[in-house]
Design a protein around this ligand. Sequence first.
Ligand code: BES
Ligand code: ZN
Length: 451
Amino acid sequence: MDIDRIKDYLWNNRQRFLDELTQFLRFPSISAQQAHDKDTLACAKWIKDRLAALGLKARLADDSSQPVVLAVAEGRSGRQVAIYGHYDVQPVDPLDQWHTMPFEPVIKDGMIFARGVSDDKGQLYAHVMAVEAILRTGGRLPSTVVFLLEGQEESGGDHLARFLQSDKDIRPEAVMVSDSSMYDQQTPALTYGLRGIVAMELIVKALAKDVHSGTYGGAVANPAIVLSWLLSRCLGPDGRIQIPGIYDDVLPLADWERENIRKLAFDDQGLITQLGAKGLFGEPRYSMLERMWARPTFEINGLISGYTGQGAKTIIPAEACAKISMRLVPDQRPERVQALVRDYLERVCPNTVDLQIHHLHASGPILFDIQHPMMRKAADALRIGFGRQPVFIRCGGSIPVVEQFVQKWQCPVLLMGFGQDSDGAHSPNEHFSIQSLFNGALASAALLLSL
Ligand code: BES
Ligand code: ZN
């Protein structure tokens, strides 16, 4: 049987695959930092050459230092399937919290430790291994496979969006994406929902410059305090967002989802331990999974104002800035949420200060039909790869390009994550299980052979 040959091939080439992934991980492809442009481009070329060496028609689709990498393996039929992943990674700081160097991969206790190994180089490499295993065991791909790899996912760039706007050749019937998590170490998952996001910057200005807080305190508005008022009026202590109209478009969970979530039996105490949290927070009437998957949020990602150095400095700062983001759920639309936030803040902001609102980036929430035949095939493939029946989950994070895939191709996006939420993506000591890498490759091959 095909799949047994694939399994043997993956196992027999185990060490070489690990060595190659190690090379891929050595590039500090941090797309947010210009100083790493050369490394990011070198990383793009490396993965392009790796796919070309396999016999794929591979090229860089633009001449930037964070290019889209495109590679095509012709299949027997005229049909297509796309595989999306990103080769860029998050910055490494705080570096002093890493036990080993982020770009010197280390294997320990069945895990590979390196920045980007789970998010998303290791996960995307599983698909490269799958395509190689099919081609090298004499199999032919039923559908043409198009790798679409981007180098700007972590920094909100638009190269892939622009590529999609102009391209006319790619028309996949499904897109495979492994940039998310399994349910737990043993249980594979198909993610059928992603939250959307709106990110913005609020700037409150009150004075031409910082001034003495004794001389002028009490007579002029303090922008840091005004900003704190504004922010505290956005979210209640019960976890409910206070912006009028924000819940109007929130779709309640379907009955089957509520039942599914109940069966998944989430471990609240485990989450407290994993995060080193004092306790959990949120809307009382909703379980943890409901809060993380199906409810909108309001978060402050960063706050900047006044003197933050050693000792005291008695000033009224001239301005204050907050970086905020909100996660959106079906059927909230980013444009409407942006307008509601703007209207509310402008209405409640005192006229003794000047409020500026800058929109940074936005993408909409997504929900797929789990009954779609492609979703069923993906679930079967995960069962073959991981030896366990997968569960259907939503996830709290966002993958903005998924919305563009849906708009352009109206096809299902199969979010088959091989990582764990506890892999430390975006955090120190990021890691990825070697077992998941190989199980993921097998699942990918099983799916490719069934499409
Ligand atoms: N891989 C993540 C998305 C993700 C997070 C999936 C958690 C499953 C669980 C992705 O690389 C990411 O971090 N996306 C950003 C997008 C944002 C910058 C627009 C996110 O969710 O913050
Ligand atoms: Zn990612």
